[in-house]
Write a protein that binds this ligand. Structure first.
Ligand code: ZN
Length: 451
């Protein structure tokens, strides 16, 4: 048992002072009160951890090296970036994948993320054959998360085709499950592995409408009777929207609204290009959108129509996706500034009851991010749940004299991750170890040469 005293801590109802949280030996919360007692740890200033609802771990190995663009040729865009990403995917073995993911996850912790939803489709070996353990790569990702200390929700992804009614390309051979039965076997095997690890949960998902046949998309949704979080990329690129209209006679989100019973366990990643009906009906369905502003900006996807979506009370969370940058502060900031720049107003995150940008956006990110992990939560800190939080440097020159109404705003709008002193999972500090970095460097040396 351990007792933590928080001089100030952010609850969903607002900041509280002099709070005591008691945990059991597993780091789960047993009591929350303000009754003075002997303490094992005193934390001056804390907030809950950020939720990273969309990640492709292996892409971290190419962060920063996709910015050398062709000159005097056609424009560089999402599709040329995708080729570079495929080359990387074709080259990784399970050890390399694990080393990259371990480094990535430990950097996520350093940046304040306590949970990650891993959208995982690199299932097979370099020849496109199944590993003896069909969930080998997923197991490596769970093991990476465990080693780094982060909570993971593994989402093994169904990837069947190269495009609408198009067979898979050679470059996609490591991603492909030919049938839903094959894919469901992968889900069941992955579930067993996740169940055996206390840092892991499991989700289900479709890569995108272009990557799986109509019937199998519906079948996968129906297979999910336990309502695990269901993730899908959708409407990220305009070409994809046009193709969907051409081939299936509907816009992608329109098709999902018509053919799946979208509910609050559905997580639509990006959903960048929406018309006004889609915005309204998506919000009404209570499904969630996972917005990845930095990656969407980096890939030139477009700007999610958040202002309109929020008018209809739409749910959203954030994800670092390709990991070109790992700061949740920057994700939220960029999300806001995209709206400010297009609407010419500053109040993106206000609602009927509060004008506090960071408190409002943090709530959306956190509660819907938790849903993306498969956890429906009512409070930031709850009995029986792991004590996960970020310790903030309360002595920072922009923080130490700042009133409570402005602390989180100062962190999100004016500071970077250096203001985070420590990230705690189950009441324990998580640190980068030297061996994690060395393993990553050994892999990256080879990979960056190959690219
Ligand atoms: Zn993605």
């Amino acid at each position: 048992m351990s007792v933590y005293k928080f001089n100030s801590i952010l609850f969903d109802s607002g900041w509280k002072d002099n709070i005591y949280i008691t945990t059991n030996s597993n780091g789960n919360i047993e009591a929350i009160d303000d009754i003075q007692k002997n303490t094992d740890f005193t934390i001056d200033l804390a907030i809950p951890g950020f939720q990273n609802a969309h990640s492709h771990a292996f892409q971290y190995a190419m962060a920063g090296i996709a910015e050398y663009h062709p000159i005097n040729k056609q424009a560089d865009n999402f599709w040329s970036w995708r080729n570079a990403m495929y080359n990387l995917a074709l080259n990784l073995n399970p050890d390399e994948m694990e080393a990259i993911a371990t480094m990535l996850y430990s950097e996520m912790l350093k940046n304040g993320y306590t949970n990650v939803a891993e959208f995982h489709y690199l299932h097979h070996d370099k020849n496109g054959n199944k590993y003896n353990n069909i969930a080998e790569m997923g197991e490596r990702l769970i093991s990476a998360a465990k080693n780094a200390g982060i909570n993971i929700t593994l989402i093994p992804i169904f990837y069947q085709m190269g495009g609408f009614n198009t067979p898979p390309f050679e470059q996609q051979k490591r991603f492909i499950n030919k049938s839903s039965d094959e894919y469901f076997n992968l889900i069941e095997k992955s579930k067993q592995i996740a169940n055996a690890n206390d840092n892991a949960e499991i989700g289900i998902g479709i890569h995108s409408l272009r990557a799986v046949n109509k019937n199998e998309i519906i079948e996968t949704d129906e297979y999910n009777i336990k309502k695990m979080p269901f993730h899908i990329h959708v409407s990220e690129q305009l070409i994809e929207v046009e193709d969907c209209i051409k081939k299936w006679g509907a816009r992608p989100v329109e098709w999902l609204l018509e053919n799946l019973n979208l509910r609050d366990h559905h997580h639509l990643v990006h959903a960048t290009h929406l018309n006004s009906n889609e915005i309204k009906n998506l919000a009404k369905s209570n499904a969630n959108v996972v917005i990845c502003p930095i990656t969407e900006g980096n890939l030139g996807d477009g700007i999610f129509p958040l202002t309109e979506y929020q008018k209809h009370n739409g749910n959203w969370s954030i994800g670092s996706d390709s990991h070109v940058n790992l700061s949740p502060l920057e994700e939220i900031r960029l999300l806001d500034y995209g709206q400010r720049l297009t609407t010419h107003n500053r109040n993106t995150f206000t609602n009927k009851s509060s004008g506090n940008s960071s408190l409002n956006s943090f709530k959306q990110m956190w509660f819907n991010g938790k849903k993306a992990m498969g956890s429906n939560r009512k409070n930031y800190f709850e009995m029986g749940q792991s004590l996960d939080f970020i310790e903030i440097n309360s002595n920072h020159h922009l923080i130490y004299k700042t009133g409570k109404n402005h602390i989180l705003n100062t962190i999100i709008y004016s500071l970077d991750s250096k203001v985070i002193k420590e990230t705690y999972i189950g009441g324990k500090r998580q640190k980068n170890s030297k061996s994690i970095k060395q393993n990553f460097k050994d892999v990256i040396d080879k990979i960056r040469v190959r690219l």
